[in-house]
Design a protein around this ligand. Structure first.
Ligand SMILES: Nc1nc2c(ncn2[C@@H]2O[C@H](COP(=O)(O)OP(=O)(O)OP(=O)(O)O)[C@@H](O)[C@H]2O)c(=O)[nH]1
Ligand SMILES: [Mg+2]
Length: 303
């Protein structure tokens, strides 16, 4: 049933990144249309009928002529949503794993003005049947993302989300980010001081995974390392810098103690101590300098 929308010049828009999803995209678009004003499907160079089926189901279809990855596809979809003056955007997967009937619950905190980003969490309240090894991987990525971004949620990798106008304007992802875009949202939320809420959602894992989950996880992990180096250089360089410097100082203490006890200078150890101290200081200063440059370039951001 079509939900009444407050003002059509500020529509609710769903953005769906899709790659070779012609088996599911039709029903996902039709079900999603019940809850939003427009559905944008970004067909990311699919070789199947994704674009045709999505258009027939009533979506606005944008096409990449070659595969550019999920992050860039969502960038394309959000750009269009901004042009259309979206009041809010729902992100939902194209493969039918999410239930569009849960969209009203997902957008409620945004419509109440209580959140900028609502994450549909697979690990809150609803008991989902998720293969155990996938839960492990998802929790590992969430732990790393939470620690790295400084923002804590229960499901960092969920693709089912809602964004307020503020969040839509803040969200532009690294084009090469691929599947690390969900993690990147947490870094951007931290940078732009966005309020995050989580809502329990259901998810189905009826199909076999489409690609090697280990490779997928490592790709996300690699994306998180890049994000930390770019968003939080002080943590990325400062922490190892201090640790290396401490190791250098400790070795230095050992050298001095030996000298006091035996009146002989352990030249090798002394050189290693000096080298570690210099590398530590260099790394620490790299972090401080990058942090300052970043602060100058992004005045709104306070780490
Ligand atoms: N734009 C774009 N979207 C993609 C690409 N690969 C997957 N997607 C979409 O991203 C969403 C999530 O991808 P999935 O492959 O389902 O990832 P997943 O849900 O973690 O893994 P599965 O359990 O195998 O489904 C789906 O809507 C896909 O169509 C891609 O290369 N480009
Ligand atoms: Mg999926």
């Amino acid at each position: 049933m079509e939900q009444p929308t407050s003002a059509n010049h500020h529509p609710r828009i769903a953005v769906i990144a899709a790659f070779n999803e012609d088996r599911f995209i039709g029903s996902v678009v039709l079900k999603t249309r019940r809850y939003v004003d427009h559905v944008i499907v970004v067909d990311d160079g699919s070789q199947d009928q994704t674009a045709t089926v999505a258009a027939e189901a009533g979506a606005i279809v944008l096409r990449h002529d070659h595969n550019q990855g999920k992050a860039q596809a969502v960038n394309t979809g959000l750009r269009k949503a901004r042009e259309m003056n979206a009041a809010l955007v729902i992100l939902i997967d194209a493969d039918g794993q999410h239930d569009p009937a849960e969209i009203p619950a997902l957008i409620a905190p945004i419509e109440a003005g209580a959140a900028d980003m609502v994450v549909g969490s697979r690990f809150l309240g609803v008991r989902n049947r998720i293969p155990r090894w996938r839960i492990l991987g998802q929790h590992a990525l969430t732990l790393v993302t939470n620690m790295a971004s400084g923002v804590t949620i229960t499901d960092s990798q969920s693709g089912f989300r809602a964004l307020s106008q503020r969040a839509i304007n803040a969200m532009t992802f690294r084009p090469e980010g691929g599947f690390s875009l969900e993690s990147e949202m947490q870094f951007l939320a931290q940078q732009h001081h966005l309020t995050i809420r989580e809502v329990p959602v259901s998810v189905t894992y009826a199909e076999r995974p489409k690609r090697n989950p280990l490779g997928h996880g490592l790709q996300v992990l690699n994306g998180i390392v890049v994000l930390v180096s770019q968003h939080r250089p002080l943590v990325f360089f400062g922490v190892p810098g201090i640790l290396i410097l401490l190791a250098g100082i400790l070795l230095g203490v050992v050298v001095v103690q030996r000298y006091n006890a035996y009146q002989t200078l352990a030249v090798g150890t002394a050189l290693i101590s000096l080298l570690l101290s210099l590398i530590g200081i260099q790394t620490l200063f790299t972090g401080i300098i990058l942090h300052s440059i970043r602060a100058l370039l992004t005045p709104g951001d306070r780490e």
